[in-house]
Design a protein around this ligand. Structure first.
Ligand SMILES: Cc1cc2ncn([C@H]3O[C@H](COP(=O)(O)O)[C@@H](O)[C@H]3O)c2cc1C
Ligand SMILES: O=C(O)c1cccnc1
Length: 787
């Protein structure tokens, strides 16, 4: 009897996963005798079937003839009341691509233009002092930490809501939970920085009196969720003990019950015990792993060297899960529309196998470092089969309490709330919570420096074996790092990642730079080929370079290291009106937040800003005027190096841009949209995103600085995470530093951008943290202090 035969005898159709074995008709057919009856959509069960074509999600239109005996039910998802937004606009622009983008005039009807001496000043919001220094942050933290900062701090609290049934209330249930709590390993998912309050409880939906409760009993549900929670990708600690064939059969049976397109069951399981064969696969794996290690920046390569692939040889069993994309011949349901479906099905089989193995106490590791075609060759598979997964299976010393990559700091888990959207992509929030936008979520998560960590760091600086204050600015930098992390010593800001946001500018047409616009695109290719200054400096400090196309005019081909996030092909000319629509600015902003999230969850502990966009020093100057009140003659610089005539003209262009775009002081996003570039908006999101995750953000020069002004106007608390890498020789940059109260780490008269100045400063930031961690105190080292 083959697996397939056995399966057919017990199991009668895809989706027909009646765990109690009830209500099935002839093998292969549903309870109503038809091939499709077994599909979940057919409404199998006791309830009457819906008329064909009825949309179950749409309430029937009441007709005059058929009068409802009861009042029409309330809409199950009432429209959420509009909340006032922290971004200063009464009507938030809904995030996400679906709502028709109203081409809003960016210029709001508002007060008359401000006098030319201090044009368009945008103060910090919620901050009495427009230029707080590091010490001021600490003061803020002292003032409000006890209520708002400490309890919500991600380093101090962890959202340990396990995946599983809601808490039980009866005594019996409670004792069951006590048992579960003891038995369950710690919750593997990380703190969700955005879940600061419990979800509001919605009224329970009306339960139909005759509804059969199909839920498992609580203990069974707990067991299901427990297997899901405890599943681990096990890489080390396999024991040589043999696996009981009955257990292995059960595990394979579970895999074989996975859903598949058209019930085609396109998988096969090649169970490999032969040591010689496993040795061959191990060689392939080691080769691939080394190639990957060489492609990594040095700091990542160091962390990577600890990750093991030797399980291929250590585990007593390997299983290659293959897919036959042709199985089911021509008529496999659903596959014609989705050729990948067969592989998805095979991946679902892997997950079933993995969960069942965990329940049986068997560890499973999925070997990612191998080219599936090489494995197919080593296994001498028929040419129409592909390898979907190569698994190591066996008894293990232990199951890690959390994903190994998370324990090693290689990557962090993403909170569920980041992944759940309501009705439209971008309306975020967990079920039962009022949907919010990414920007609102980010602003809400922002917090001040952690008071206790700030105090501890100050205290330690004074007790370390050095004269007090001798490390100058680095001492305050270390204090800020500790306050940001919420712990002293703070983590070393390593590895770091630089994101170079690229965009083009309509104002280029005004002749504000000597360089042709296509240099933006050409430099993007240069970054991707590793040939720019940013690459050289990033390589020196082991940082990863990511290029983000938010607004380059040219189409850019797919490339490793390039994130395609194009919002528009460049901006409009700011001397003629707004550079972007508000919606475009929001989309760029949110792209920046997403990039920050991705880089941080990928394990980076420092975010470095980079930019590329020919002509972008002009919108930078305009933004600086808008946010600080400076005159264009003070804020405008020579950028890439314009001559005197072009420089005078550039100042005039900035002045005209400000005149063409009167600014609403309460509307930083409108200001970004009016005067900025797409890379400025994305950079503002990037620094906000990093700050919300309490990761140090190392700012580069004038472009990043002008974007940071917008970010600070959106959320004053975000500045707690800002560190000025350097002072650019662009005059506007000094205005930024002063306005934000930032002390640059280096001042080398650089004026390049790309992230170059910040990357050079990165070792200084890292040194500031390292001192707190590594330097002994007078007491510890037995060194006498000054009298
Ligand atoms: C080859 C080259 C490489 C660059 N890398 C950064 N920038 C920098 O210069 C540009 C801004 O200066 P402006 O406003 O005067 O055009 C931006 O692209 C900025 O990132 C560069 C500029 C050039 C020409
Ligand atoms: O300060 C900067 O970042 C800068 C200055 C000139 C040109 N590009 C960037």
């Amino acid at each position: 009897m083959t697996d397939g035969d056995r399966e057919d005898a017990r199991y009668d159709g895809p989706g027909d996963e009646d765990a109690h074995g009830r209500g099935t008709g002839a093998p292969g057919l549903g309870p109503l005798g038809g091939l499709l009856d077994g599909l979940p959509e057919s409404g199998r069960g006791t309830r009457p079937r819906r008329p064909a074509g009825a949309n179950p999600f749409r309430r029937p239109e009441p007709t005059p003839e058929v009068r409802s005996p009861e009042p029409a039910p309330a809409d199950p998802v009432p429209a959420a009341p509009r909340r006032p937004t922290p971004t200063g606009r009464p009507e938030p622009a809904p995030a996400g691509p679906v709502p028709p983008p109203p081409v809003e005039p960016v210029v709001p009807a508002g007060p008359a233009p401000t006098p030319p001496s201090r044009p368009n000043v945008i103060p910090f919001r919620n901050t009495p002092d427009p230029a707080p220094g590091i010490g001021d942050h600490a003061g803020e933290a002292l003032a409000d930490a006890s209520e708002t900062n400490e309890p919500d701090h991600p380093a101090a609290t962890a959202d340990r809501t396990p995946v599983g049934p809601a808490p039980a209330t009866s005594e019996a249930e409670q004792s069951m939970h006590a048992h579960e709590a003891a038995a369950l390993p710690p919750e593997p998912y990380p703190a969700d920085p955005h879940r600061t309050a419990p979800a509001p409880v919605r009224p329970a939906p009306t339960v139909l009196a005759d509804r059969v409760d199909h839920a498992y009993d609580e203990a069974t549900r707990a067991a299901v969720y427990r297997a899901i929670n405890d599943r681990r990708d096990v890489r080390t600690g396999f024991l040589p003990d043999p696996v009981d064939p009955d257990v292995l059969t059960r595990v394979l049976e579970a895999a074989h019950r996975a859903p598949s397109v058209g019930h085609s069951q396109p998988w096969d399981f090649v169970v490999i015990e032969d040591p010689e064969l496993r040795g061959r696969v191990l060689d392939l794996t080691l080769r691939e792993r080394d190639e990957y290690a060489h492609s990594l920046p040095s700091t990542r390569a160091r962390a990577f060297s600890g990750l093991k692939v030797e399980a291929v040889a250590e585990a007593p069993i390997n299983i290659a899960v293959t897919v036959d994309p042709t199985r089911g011949i021509r008529n496999t349901l659903g596959r014609h529309a989705k050729p990948m479906s067969a592989s998805y099905a095979a991946a679902l089989a892997v997950e079933n196998l993995w969960l069942a193995a965990r329940a049986e106490g068997l560890g499973v590791g999925w070997v990612g470092f191998v080219d599936e075609r090489d494995v197919a060759g080593a296994l001498e598979l028929p040419s129409h089969l592909e390898v979907v997964a190569y698994l190591c299976v066996g008894h293990v010393e232990e199951f890690p309490t959390e994903p190994e990559l998370s324990l090693s700091g290689w990557a962090k888990g993403r909170p569920l709330s980041w992944a759940v959207h309501h009705d439209r992509y971008g309306r975020r929030g967990l079920p039962g919570q009022e949907p919010t936008t990414l920007l609102e979520e980010t602003i809400t998560a922002m917090g001040a420096l952690h008071t206790r960590a700030v105090e501890e760091a100050r205290d330690r600086q004074d007790r370390m074996t050095k004269p007090q204050g001798s490390l100058g600015i680095l001492e305050e930098v270390s204090v800020q790092l500790a306050g940001l992390a919420g712990e002293c010593p703070p983590p070393i800001p390593e590895p770091a990642a630089v994101a170079v946001f690229a965009g083009d500018h309509g104002v280029h047409a005004q002749g504000v730079t000597a360089w042709p616009q296509e240099v933006t695109e050409q430099m993007v290719h240069n970054f991707l080929n590793g040939g720019a200054v940013v690459n050289a400096f990033a390589a020196q400090v082991g940082a990863e370079v990511t290029v983000v196309d938010v607004g380059v005019v040219a189409d850019l081909p797919q490339a490793a290291g390039l994130l395609p996030r194009k919002v528009a092909r460049g901006t409009a000319d700011i001397t003629q009106g707004p550079a972007m629509t508000r919606d475009q600015a929001m989309r760029a902003l949110e792209s920046g937040i997403e990039v920050a999230r991705d880089l941080v969850t990928a394990g980076n502990r420092c975010l470095v800003t980079g930019d590329m966009g020919i002509a972008n020093t002009t919108p930078s100057a305009a933004l600086i005027c808008a946010f600080t009140g400076a005159d264009p003659a003070e804020a405008t610089g020579r950028g890439t190096g314009v001559d005197d005539a072009m420089y005078e003209h550039k100042i005039d262009v900035v002045r005209r841009a400000l005149a063409a775009n009167p600014i609403d002081p309460a509307d930083p996003i409108g200001t970004l949209a009016a005067l900025g570039g797409l890379e400025h908006a994305a950079l503002a999101g990037f620094v906000l995103g990093g700050a919300a995750l309490r990761v140090p953000v190392l700012l580069d020069g004038v472009i990043a600085g002008s974007a940071a002004l917008a970010a600070a106007a959106i959320s004053a608390e975000s500045t707690s995470a800002f560190f000025a890498g350097h002072r650019s020789s662009e005059p506007g940059h000094s205005l930024v530093l002063e306005h934000l109260g930032l002390r640059p780490l280096i001042d080398l008269e650089m004026r390049l951008g790309e992230g170059s100045g910040a990357l050079l400063a990165l070792p200084l930031l890292q040194g500031a943290a390292r001192v707190l961690r590594d330097v002994a105190t007078f007491d510890d080292a037995g060194v006498s202090q000054a009298r």
